[in-house]
Design a protein around this ligand. Structure first.
Ligand code: GRF
Length: 182
């Protein structure tokens, strides 16, 4: 059976979309005791593991996360993971970690407010990107992209909602393709 771990720091709507698409998630890892993904995981019957960062440096912290990842994991899915991963972690799991970012990378990579930044820039086309994770944030090889057009009567709230809705089918679809899940 395919083993997938989802790492999320917050809301967890992508986690729920992945599970609802029929993909089995073995475990959720979060760094945030208040993350809503913990409640979502409970609701879906998926175990969650809270790994809090104390005084460790990035690599030491990632080694704590690593304890929570089965050695025979097939895929690590970052879905709103708000910490930069160490080169040690990225290299250990190279070709097994993917991320979703709410922009058409390489535009608006590296930040936490990609949608707002694109909006303020005046972009007419927005998007989402699923990519492999390498130590340099949001620069790994692109797996999937979808463009989302801005309408004349759009607001930041409306387009943000549409972008998240697109994420919720693009991410499961990409995982299924990569894992050859029907
Ligand atoms: C998504 O917009 C994703 O692209 C970004 O973080 C957000 C996570 O949302 N990396 P959620 O926690 O899955 O609801």
């Amino acid at each position: 059976m395919i083993k997938i771990v989802v790492m999320s720091s917050g809301e967890g709507s992508n986690f729920s979309a992945i599970v609802k698409s029929g993909i089995k998630v073995s475990r959720v890892i979060t760094n945030n005791p208040n993350a809503n993904v913990i409640k979502r995981a409970k609701k879906e019957g998926v175990g969650s593991l809270l790994v809090e960062r104390k005084n460790e440096n990035r690599e030491e912290y990632d080694k704590k996360i690593d304890y929570g990842i089965y050695h025979d994991i097939d895929l690590i899915v970052l879905a709103g993971w708000m910490r930069i991963l160490s080169p040690w972690f990225c290299e250990k799991w190279a070709d097994k970690i993917i991320n979703i970012h709410p922009s058409l990378l390489p535009a608006f990579g590296g930040g936490c407010h990609a949608i707002r930044d694109a909006w303020e820039y005046g972009c007419k086309t927005f998007g989402v990107t699923v990519h492999w994770v390498i130590p340099e944030v949001d620069t790994g090889q692109i797996i999937t992209q979808r463009a989302i057009h801005r309408f004349d009567d759009d607001t930041l709230e409306k387009i943000t909602k549409r972008i998240h809705n697109v994420e919720h089918y693009v991410y499961p679809e990409t995982i299924k393709k990569l894992m050859k899940i029907k």
